[in-house]
Ligand binder design. Structure first.
Ligand code: FAD
Length: 297
């Protein structure tokens, strides 16, 4: 595995915005990750685990971006009524969706139509249409920040709306799902979900999906639309005119523009409704909001 220097990050995120990482690597196995963690420890660097980059927007990052997309593999154990599926962190979520449709499985198929790795989806507790990935998640294998392996039951972990204990606890290596056979065909529902996404989201534009989490009992998109942010443009980034909560890159958008348009949106919503919107997207720059320095304990 090569540790690359000064790597442009825009092509590693779906919104296509990004500065440069001081170091970047794509580990293929756990030994590679441990190697990088030891290097980070030695140099006092922060490490940011990256999946598909569908929820991440980078400025310049003065640490190591650990792209986990090459940790691939799926193992399936079939029983009459339930499937046990163990997927490595770098596996595209779409593979689990595909498998769910082929085998007519409950749950995971609802996560159709958006980019993610399994590790990123677990870390974000990705969800849609009233469903969250933790519902079918049984166990997570992860490496802590010192490189020690752990296997933990999900009921011992604190998952909530678009939130999990990762990456704070460490690097998701694999996730074990328990997925029951569906009683009715899921194909139709899957088709309806994909159709709805096409109609209501700018899925053909470079975007990171929802910019803000929905506040309790409300929708960030509704609030943003009310304060005139739908279609609002700042430089080369804009809130989509199809979905007010989706920030899109019009071509050459910069991290500074992203931060400024987000600030403007938050200011307007707070002034109008007294609500502080919380970012769903991970904004990463400098030493990294979600990166962490590796300490020996
Ligand atoms: C068009 C579009 C539609 C979307 N719709 C939805 C939607 O309906 N619902 C939804 O929930 N999301 C949606 N998203 C956002 C995004 O797809 C999800 O948040 C997804 O789960 C991110 O996965 P990722 O692999 O790209 O994560 P990344 O963006 O790479 O990372 C996200 C966070 O997870 C951490 N992370 C990544 N991998 C690991 C790992 N192995 N171990 C520990 N931490 C890790 C990162 O450090 C970061 O903090 C959408 C995005 C797009 C572009």
């Amino acid at each position: 595995m090569k540790l690359l220097k000064h790597v442009k990050l825009s092509s590693f995120t779906t919104i296509g915005v990004g500065g440069t990482a001081r170091y970047f690597c794509e580990p293929k196995n756990i030994e590679d990750i441990i190697h990088v963690l030891l290097f980070a420890l030695d140099k006092g660097l922060e490490v940011f685990p990256l999946g598909r980059g569908a929820n991440t927007i980078f400025g310049d990052f003065d640490g190591i971006v650990l792209n986990l997309r090459r940790l691939r593999g799926i193992r399936i154990q079939k029983a009459d009524e339930t499937f046990l599926i163990e997927a490595m962190a770098g596996e595209p979520l779409s593979e689990l969706v595909k498998l769910s449709i082929e085998e007519n499985l409950e749950g995971l198929y609802r996560l159709a139509g958006f980019p993610a790795t399994v590790g990123g989806a677990v870390a974000m507790n990705a969800g849609a249409f009233g469903y969250e990935i933790r519902k079918n998640l049984l166990e997570v294998k992860f490496l802590d920040w010192e490189g020690r392996p752990h296997r933990v039951k999900v009921k011992e972990l604190d998952f909530s709306y678009r939130s999990s204990p990762f990456p704070e606890l460490g690097f998701v290596v694999s996730a074990l799902f328990e997925v029951p056979k569906a009683e009715v065909s899921v194909k139709e529902q899957h088709r309806a979900i994909v159709k709805k996404r096409k109609q209501t989201q700018p899925i053909n534009m470079p975007t990171s999906g929802s910019t803000f989490k929905n506040p309790p009992e409300d929708y960030a998109g509704r609030l943003l639309e009310k304060v005139g942010m739908k279609g609002y443009r700042l430089g080369q980034v804009a809130f989509s005119d199809i979905h007010a909560n989706f920030l899109v890159n019009l071509g050459g958008g910069t991290y500074t523009q992203v931060v400024r348009i987000i600030e403007e949106a938050k200011r307007r919503v707070f002034e109008e409704f007294g609500i502080i919107l919380e970012e769903e997207v991970r904004l990463v720059e400098g030493s990294g909001a979600y990166g962490r320095k590796v300490h020996r304990t």
